[in-house]
Each structure stands twice: as structure tokens, then as C-alpha cells.
Design a protein around this ligand. Structure first.
Ligand code: NAP
Length: 314
């Protein structure tokens, strides 16, 4: 164990974490950034980001995050790979542990993002990954060239995935549990007008078929209005039904709400009830969940941390 106490540790390298890293590094408070299983966060699994300010033609999600990382590195941010499994935030020096290492820090920004929610039906787990169930059209879409696939969900993610998949697939069936999409109107209009997309309204997936053959052959669906079961043949199942905040293991020492999101102090989006400990991005935001709002929260958290470190004379 090292006795060194960091000034500031930022956990997470999505939009929130990397923006915090740029601001903290540029403020010369020497941030250490801990990156987990998905460096760059959720945007690295998106295709084109069309709504990040400053990119009139859109920008590839991976490129955006890579640029942000380079920007943070340029100002001196340090990066280490590690998965935090345990924390002790009760004393003034905050302690974080991975399987290999213990970190000690005066201030902390938790920007751990959120992970895809799964449907939780038979066959889904068994066929996840190489078997044909996935949560990332950008990563896996090209494997389904000239095949039929289904996308599950009715939000912006599901619609975006469905539209992206039409580049490769012969047919994309969008399965939604209601008869109206949650997605924004521009995305809604686009998907409903697309000739390769077929809507399957008012249906839920009850089973992913093909577990014995280790490859998806279809999904069993149920009409929630009539209770009738039917089968949709497909080779790929893209699950896009929202996300679960990655607040474990911090939740043991920090306030979270019923859905697991961090609860900041009432007058702030990013301050917590522990001085010097801040939250930013999708782990603390169930309202906006945008790249730009996550970046904004990361910026706020870094500025707050810088001021707090100055206050304690560090
Ligand atoms: P979301 O908006 O929470 O939508 C989740 C969808 O999955 C909803 O349609 C929901 O149905 C459905 N769903 C949830 N649990 C389900 C279950 N167990 N079985 C079947 N369906 C289920 O999540 P999201 O689409 O990932 O979007 C998250 C945020 O990111 C949103 O704020 C969104 O606007 C934003 N986003 C923006 C863009 C963009 O602007 N380009 C792209 C992607 C995401 P109900 O509608 O019935 O609740």
C-alpha cells in the first residue's frame, strides 16, 4: 500500500470524467483518473453524435472521447486502469480499493456512468455476446449484414440503434411495450418512415430462442393487450431499454435513490454531503443523461474540487 495521498481522483472516463480531468489538470491540481471496463464510456459505443455543440456535421462517438482523453493528457492528467471494488469515504482522506491497489485522496469525483439494462428473460444471458444478443449496434451491427434482427425498446437509444442497423440488415423489427415511442420526435419520425424498419407495438420479449444451438434464431414475444404469444425469427437481438447507474460500491458510503442514482445535495447537482466528494454524469442524472450535460457536470465538479482543495490549503 502506498502512503501517498492524491489531491484529486476522478473515477470514470466518460464525458463527465474526462471533462473533469481536463478542468482539473488545467487548474494544476494534478488529477489521477481511474478508468474501468469501458474506457471512454457509453459514447464509444455510439455511432455519430449529432447533438454535441460545435460539430455541425456530427462527430463519431469514439473520436470525440479519444480527443477528450488527449486533451486531458495534454494538460497533465494521469490515467490508471482499475475497477474500484471497495471504498471508505467516512474519514477526511477518502480511500478507494481495487483488487490490486489502495488509493487515498483528499477530493474525489465519481463519474462512473451507467450500464445497459437487460430484459431478464430466458436465453438472453446464455446468448449474450457471441450468441447474438447485444447492447451495442455500433460494435456488432456489421456482423448482421443481410440478416433480420430485432431491437427492443422505445427510447432514443432503441430508435438510434434501429436506424443504424438498417445500414447492414435486411429487416429491423423494433419491439416496444407500448403503442407510442418515448424517443424524441425527430428520431421517431425518422424510424417510422424507414422502409427497412417494422414496428412491433405493444409487445414484450418473453424468451430469446436458440440457446441450445448457441445462436439466436428468434424471440418469443407476447402482446401485452391480448396476451397472445408469437415468434419473430431473427439472428440478432439488440437490447436498448435504458441503463442502470454504476453507483456500486460507492453506494455503501454515499446517498443513492430508489433506482440507485447518486443523490446530490439539494442546492447542487454535483456536491454530496461529504465535503470534497462530487458526482457527475449519468451515475447522478436520471433526467437529462446527455453527453453535453455529463460534460457540464464534470466541469462543475472539477471547479468545485479545485475551490475546496484551495480552502483546505492543499
Ligand atoms: P430511455 O429513454 O429510458 O428509454 C428506455 C426504453 O426502454 C423506453 O421506451 C422503455 O419503455 C423501454 N423499457 C424499459 N424497460 C423495459 C423492459 N423491461 N422491457 C421492455 N422495454 C423496456 O433510455 P434510452 O433510450 O437509453 O435513453 C436514455 C437517455 O439518453 C434519454 O434521455 C435519451 O433522450 C438519451 N439519448 C439521446 C440520444 C440522442 O439524442 N441522439 C441517443 C440515445 C439516448 P417505456 O417507454 O414504456 O417506458
Amino acid at each position: 500500500m502506498s502512503n501517498e495521498i492524491e489531491n484529486i481522483i476522478i473515477v470514470g472516463t466518460g464525458c463527465a470524467g474526462l471533462t473533469a480531468a481536463v478542468y482539473a489538470a488545467r487548474a494544476s491540481i494534478n488529477p489521477l483518473v481511474i478508468e474501468g471496463n469501458l474506457p471512454g464510456g457509453q459514447l464509444t459505443t455510439t455511432s455519430e453524435v449529432e447533438n454535441f455543440p460545435g460539430f455541425p456535421e456530427g462527430i463519431d462517438g469514439f473520436v470525440l472521447m479519444d480527443n477528450l482523453r488527449k486533451q486531458a493528457t495534454r494538460f497533465g492528467a494521469r490515467f490508471e486502469q482499475g475497477l474500484i471494488t471497495e471504498v471508505d469515504l467516512k474519514s477526511d482522506v477518502r480511500i478507494l480499493r481495487t483488487a490490486e491497489k489502495e488509493y487515498r485522496t483528499r477530493s474525489l469525483i465519481v463519474a462512473t456512468g451507467a450500464s445497459p439494462r437487460m430484459i431478464g428473460v430466458p436465453g438472453e444471458k446464455e446468448l449474450f455476446g457471441g450468441g447474438g444478443v447485444t447492447t451495442c449496434a455500433t460494435c456488432d451491427g456489421a456482423f448482421y449484414r443481410n440478416m433480420d434482427v430485432v431491437v427492443v425498446g422505445g427510447g432514443d437509444s432503441a430508435v438510434e440503434e434501429a436506424i443504424f442497423l438498417t445500414r447492414f440488415c435486411s429487416k429491423v423489427t423494433l419491439i416496444h411495450r407500448r403503442d407510442e415511442l418515448r424517443a424524441s420526435s425527430i428520431m421517431r419520425d425518422r424510424v417510422l418512415a424507414h422502409e427497412k424498419v417494422e414496428m412491433c407495438w405493444d409487445h414484450v420479449v418473453t424468451e430469446v430462442l436458440g440457446a441450445n444451438e448457441k445462436a439466436v434464431s428468434g424471440v418469443r414475444v407476447r402482446n401485452v393487450k391480448t396476451g397472445e404469444d408469437s415468434i419473430i425469427s431473427c439472428k440478432g437481438v439488440f437490447v436498448a431499454i435504458g441503463h442502470i447507474p454504476n453507483t456500486q460500491p460507492f453506494a455503501s458510503d454515499m446517498k443513492v435513490d430508489g433506482e440507485g442514482y447518486f443523490v446530490p445535495e439539494t442546492d447542487s447537482q454535483i456536491r454530496t454531503d461529504r465535503p470534497g466528494v462530487y458526482v457527475a454524469g449519468d451515475c447522478a442524472d436520471h433526467l437529462y443523461r446527455q453527453a453535453i450535460t455529463a460534460a457540464g457536470m464534470g466541469c462543475q465538479a472539477a471547479i468545485e474540487a479545485e475551490r475546496w482543495l484551495a480552502e483546505i490549503g492543499s
